[in-house]
Design a protein around this ligand. Structure first.
Ligand code: GLC
Length: 437
């Protein structure tokens, strides 16, 4: 059954005159599985890493204890080496592929996947601290979370940048959170397709035209089998994984989080750790020069297997504002690019520049608007004093959700809504950002 057979909570999300705040809160409560929030009931029935971070921001607006609990639940899945997995399988559900048995990690409690997602958690904790009304609770929760955040940042540097380049690598397109971005087409083509049978579940819930192709899934599955076969050994994966990409988005999000972690460490009386994190952030920032593309005049990702840049106009470039990497002239030039990009579609912000040949306005990360990325980019615009761009991104996000419902992603040309309904991070972004702007 597809998700357009909506339950009553999903139906209310399409009525623009309904209080957005009440609807957003009701979505988070309905997606709460007891201490963690599923992104969308049928399509994504577990806890996802970066969804949990954004969703916690939403909970923070009306239930602070529950917001902190979201992160505690996520960290139940943290590995001994510091990795925070991309999915934590707290309870079984059979509506998702690849489930826990596919990753070869059912012996863990709770089972998890073996890959990660964009590392925004330290930034979310910092924003939650800034928003907290119950400062005692915030202090207590941060004291518990901080060692776990530090461990995950050390894991990123050690296991994902073993040559100390200042840039971390991803081993699977899903680690970028932007699963089928055209930026991954070239490196993914170098991955052999799996020869084994598997059964996707996503296309039972959502129209196949809005989801990745089978050729991509064959390679997604090959990679997860490889990690299991290599026994999740960091050195072997670094040496042997055919897909090894410096994703600009992940690195920008990590740079921002590293500075936020340094602030949290300073507050907590850990000056040495704060200093180490700041040094790491500076090393990262300098390494970003390798990701600048002069033809597109924007940041791009890098295939470290070939040494070639992945020359694709993906909107991740604007996360540079969120990461605070611009100086004066580059800010002016990048915001001019953003304005032109906004001008090419009715609703901002298209995940691929709309005049690019690979642009598909309905297919997932190949064109659609994603509300939480709008927020991250808008936050960066406001930081650099571009409130006009912030306000445009915010207004478009509001219009799309008010008129079409709390969906996963939207067509930038028509506004049509796609993917999962009653989506948690869409609700969270309404609460944390749109209703507060
Ligand atoms: C999809 C998205 C990913 C997200 C997940 C759960 O896989 O591409 O970014 O975390 O769904 O919402």
């Amino acid at each position: 059954m597809k998700e357009n057979h909506m339950s009553s909570i999903e139906m209310t999300t399409t009525f623009a005159d309904q209080s957005m705040r009440e609807t957003a809160q009701a979505i988070l409560r309905a997606n709460d599985r007891g201490g963690y929030t599923v992104p969308s009931a049928k399509l994504y029935p577990f806890q996802w890493n970066w969804d949990a971070g954004i969703t916690a921001l939403g909970w923070m607006c009306f239930d602070e204890a529950r917001a902190w609990q979201e992160l505690d639940s996520l960290f139940l899945g943290q590995w001994e080496n510091g990795l925070v997995p991309h999915i934590v399988f707290h309870q079984p559900a059979d509506s998702y592929f690849p489930g826990p048995e596919q990753w070869g990690l059912t012996h863990r409690t709770p089972p998890t996947t073996s890959i990660t997602q964009p590392p925004l958690l330290a930034t979310m904790v910092r924003l939650m601290r800034d928003r907290a009304k119950d400062n005692g609770l915030a202090k207590e929760r941060i004291a518990t979370l901080l060692p776990k955040l530090i461990a995950t940042h050390h894991w990123w540097s050690r296991d994902r940048d073993p040559e100390n380049t200042g840039l971390v690598v991803s081993y699977h397109p899903w680690e970028s959170g932007m699963d089928n971005s055209p930026a991954w087409d070239v490196p993914l083509a170098a991955v052999p397709p799996t020869q084994r049978e598997y059964h996707r579940r996503d296309t039972q819930h959502v129209d196949a035209a809005q989801r990745p192709h089978k050729t991509e899934y064959d390679r997604f599955v090959y990679l997860l089998d490889l990690f299991r076969d290599l026994k999740f050994d960091a050195a072997r994966i670094y040496a042997e994984c055919p897909y090894r990409v410096v994703d600009f988005g992940t690195n920008a999000i990590l740079l921002r989080a590293t500075n936020d972690l340094a602030d949290l460490c300073e507050d907590a009386g850990l000056p040495d750790e704060a200093r180490a994190q700041r040094a790491r952030a500076e090393h990262m920032r300098q390494a970003f020069a390798l990701l600048w593309n002069d033809d597109l005049r924007q940041y791009v990702s890098l295939d470290t297997r070939t040494g070639k840049q992945l020359v694709v106009p993906a909107h991740a470039t604007f996360l540079a504002a969120y990461a605070r990497v611009y100086d004066g002239p580059s800010a002016t030039q990048q915001f001019a690019l953003l304005e032109r990009w906004i001008g090419q579609a009715r609703f901002s912000l298209a995940s691929l520049r709309p005049d690019d040949a690979a642009f598909e306005p309905q297919r997932y990360w190949r064109g659609p608007v994603w509300p939480h990325i709008n927020w991250m980019i808008a936050e960066g615009c406001a930081h650099y004093g571009r409130n006009d761009l912030h306000d445009r991104l915010c207004a478009d996000t509001r219009t799309l959700i008010a008129e079409k419902g709390f969906y996963e992603y939207f067509n930038p040309l028509t506004g049509e809504a796609y993917g999962g309904a009653a989506f948690s991070w869409t609700a969270a972004i309404i609460l944390h950002w749109v209703l507060e702007s």
